[in-house]
Design a protein around this ligand. Structure first.
Ligand code: MSP
Length: 503
């Protein structure tokens, strides 16, 4: 079994922001979960460095595009470990191996008869690097995403015969109900296809900053075709050996809703033209909003992930994003709701559960955990949990998966209150019952910690180390599958005085 997951590659025209961190974390959660299943996992992220978005930004700064790309690519590369993202490779579209692969694949598409010369005339957003159809234009001939004025382009180009794939794309959507997820996005993409596909420019004439077109020196490839092919090219040079045969096609492309059409329409058509297998799923997430607007550098309303991580740690940010905003939908984020969830859920619910459980075992039993049967009044509430979490993550339902686990964190807290071990501890006649309650509690804690690992990798590992149970495999995640012998003291997982934590 292999699992190949990708994020979009990020434009290097500006510094990373929370919107970028979001997709990277989502992919990381999925990658870690599949590693827990013992699958061969490949998780790819990287930077999209060609085209107008970057050329224009470099021009405005008075530097060469390569210089801006080099500087900002490093910032994106550095973001991944700060988020605790475990990507297996970081691709840059200026990598020579990527460029050669783009030339090879698109050359093949041309040989297949899907490329012809023509003239493009229409509206274009240089920030999206997107040709806009008349019905996609905001009042005042503006971009509906960036709200900047569109430019009128007239250019001699090579075209990709997208319209030739109309029927095959419709058939693909008919046969693979779950090719694009969630269903609302699938319907949106299908409606676009059914409205009639028009051919799209494959190359740009005016622009110099891009992958050279091998059959015509005056052209570079249109940045979107260059960018999309990163998902394919990376496998050929990420390691010493070519991983394509082992890992292609991708299991999941995770993308934001603004780049749906490129991934759900252009990309499968391009792969068909190149006679390559199609990805299994494209999951489309919503926007993180602040004050009701999409967060973006150009709109200037950025919540800085670096600042949040420095003060509260990567785990807290990872948790917050999937708890606060249902994955797949738009949702607002704010520092106020972040702090509230940190305190009520991470610190009070999970943090206290862990510290209380360990403290009681240390106080009443010198840290020793007895063996024997677990309390059936709790085990029933955990049955089937591992399978249901796995199923949800299979469908990229990250918020629902986290909620399943969190309900058990709450259940464990209620269990502590119901069984009140501090009362049992007063009478030696209750010794057996107290043993059973503590054993059940600590085993429940272990089970949720293993399941939470994809979301909270650092905290889960610390907790599991204190429980002397560092095994992360999902096969041993179920309540009752483990046998903890003794626990050790644990420093607060989510300190409330976060200034002290970061000091
Ligand atoms: N370079 C292209 C993608 C090429 S993939 C072959 C691109 N880059 S981007 O940097 O502009 O955006 C990358 C991703 O970040 C997109 O999926 C976009 O939706 C996501 N986000 C950017 N801002 C966002 C939010 N405020 N919220 C959530 N995600 C958003 O597009």
């Amino acid at each position: 079994m292999s699992f190949y997951v990708t994020t979009p590659i990020y434009y290097v025209n500006a510094a990373p922001h929370l919107g970028h961190a979001y997709t990277t974390i989502a992919a990381d959660v999925m990658a870690r979960h599949h590693r827990q299943r013992g699958e061969e996992v490949f998780f790819l992220t990287g930077t999209d460095e060609h085209g107008e978005p970057v050329a224009d930004a470099a021009h405005a700064l008075g530097v060469e595009p390569q210089e801006l790309a080099d500087k900002n690519a490093e910032r994106f590369r550095a973001l991944a470990p700060q988020l605790s993202a475990s990507n297996d490779f970081f691709i840059r579209t200026t990598d020579p191996q990527h460029e050669a692969k783009v030339q090879e694949v698109l050359g093949r598409v041309r040989e297949g008869g899907y490329v012809y010369e023509g003239t493009y005339e229409g509206w274009y957003c240089p920030r999206c690097a997107d040709f806009k159809a008349d019905n996609e234009i905001e009042e005042g001939t503006r971009c509906p995403i960036h709200h900047i004025e569109l430019t009128r382009e007239q250019e001699q180009n090579y075209f990709f015969a997208l319209s030739a794939f109309q029927e095959r794309l419709e058939a693909l959507y008919g046969e693979h109900e779950r090719f694009v997820l969630p269903a609302t996005r699938r319907n949106e993409a299908l409606a676009f296809i059914r409205s009639g596909l028009r051919d799209v420019p494959l190359t740009r004439h005016r622009l110099r900053w891009g992958v050279r077109v091998p059959w015509d020196d005056e052209h570079v490839f249109y940045v979107w075709f260059d960018a999309l092919l990163n998902y394919y090219s990376a496998l050929s040079y990420a390691r010493d050996q070519d991983l394509t045969a082992r890992l292609w096609p991708p299991s999941y492309h995770l993308i934001g809703k603004d780049i749906l059409r490129f991934h759900a329409v252009y990309w499968p058509a391009l792969l068909m033209a190149a006679e390559l297998e199609l990805p299994e799923h494209i999951f489309v997430h919503g926007f993180l909003l602040m004050d009701g607007e999409k967060m973006s550098k150009s709109l200037g309303n950025v919540l800085d992930p670096f600042a949040v991580i420095e003060r509260f740690g990567a785990d807290a940010l990872r948790f917050y994003l999937f708890r606060e905003v249902p994955f797949g939908q738009d949702g607002s984020v704010s520092t106020a709701s972040f702090e509230l969830r940190y305190e009520t859920e991470l610190a009070n619910e999970l943090g206290n559960l862990a510290s209380r459980t360990i403290a009681m075992l240390l106080r009443y039993r010198g840290g020793e955990v007895s063996s024997g049967a677990l309390d059936e009044s709790l085990t029933g509430d955990f049955s089937g949990l591992v399978d249901s979490v796995s199923e949800l993550i299979d469908g990229a339902e990250l918020t629902l998966a986290l909620d399943e686990i969190w309900r058990r964190v709450r259940r464990l807290n209620r269990y502590v209150e119901e069984r009140a071990p501090w009362v049992l501890a007063r009478d030696p006649a209750n010794a057996q019952e107290l043993d059973c309650v503590l054993r059940t509690l600590v085993e429940g804690l272990r089970s949720v910690a293993v399941l939470l690992w994809p979301f909270l990798p650092g905290s889960s590992e610390r907790l599991l180390a204190a429980l002397g149970a560092s095994e992360l495999a999902l096969a041993g995640a179920a309540l009752g599958a483990g046998q903890i012998a003794r626990v050790q003291a644990l420093e607060s997982l989510f300190p409330k005085d976060t200034q002290a934590a970061s000091a």
